[in-house]
Design a protein around this ligand. Structure first.
Ligand code: AMP
Length: 194
């Protein structure tokens, strides 16, 4: 079983790719954005707290996010593998995840970095705003989320790169082509590590 992370800017299509990749590798996707959105829908206390940050495009505080991930990764269905989508988003979360996995005697196998051009990202996000009406897909919030990705999340990619576990996948073009590229890249990376 595989423990994977997918990292990409907002609009890179990482949520969609996470679903397909996870299905291919027989693991469950764990999306912190989805977990937060379901808390918001179900009107939980965590949802109320998280929403204020999400609506502005800010990161939900680490204390809340790390605790939510720790609870989710304690579930039986992800004991032998998972694909984290949207976490870790900054280096403090990366350290929290390291500690969490170390406590379980687990390690990450691979980090998929989905790369896309800024212009394509903005176009995709504006399209999603029209289609899904997500409250955090407005122009100023999109700008802020892209900025946070560059400032907070790129260093996470660099840290994992130094460990030699990042596989970069070209996130341009249509959905099927990206999925095929990602599956091939991850497959050959995992194959060469055995
Ligand atoms: P996403 O669906 O991954 O784009 O996440 C949507 C929103 O949920 C983000 O803009 C943040 O407000 C919040 N969020 C998701 N994942 C995290 C995380 N790892 N740390 C902090 N906030 C997060």
């Amino acid at each position: 079983m595989t423990r994977m992370i997918i990292i990409g800017a907002p609009g890179s299509g990482k949520g969609t790719q996470a679903e397909y990749l996870a299905a291919h590798f027989g693991i469950l996707p764990v999306s912190t954005g989805e977990l937060f959105r379901s808390h918001v829908r179900e009107l939980t206390e965590l949802g109320a707290e998280a929403r204020a940050f999400m609506d502005k495009g800010e990161l939900v505080p680490d204390r809340l996010t790390d605790a939510m991930v720790a609870r989710r990764l304690a579930d039986d269905d992800v004991r032998n593998g998972f694909l984290l989508d949207g976490y870790p988003r900054n280096v403090a979360q990366l350290a929290a995840l390291d500690a969490l996995l170390e406590g379980k005697g687990q390690r990450l196998d691979v980090v998929v970095q989905l790369a896309a051009e800024d212009e394509e990202l903005v176009q995709r996000l504006l399209k999603r705003a029209r289609e899904q009406g997500r409250s955090d897909d407005t122009a100023p919030v999109i700008r802020r989320r892209l900025e946070l990705y560059r400032e907070e999340t790129q260093p996470v990619v660099s840290a994992y790169s130094e460990r030699g576990i990042v596989v970069e996948v070209d996130g341009g073009g249509d959905r099927e082509a990206i999925t095929e590229r990602a599956i091939a890249a991850v497959g050959s990376f995992l194959g060469t590590r055995q």
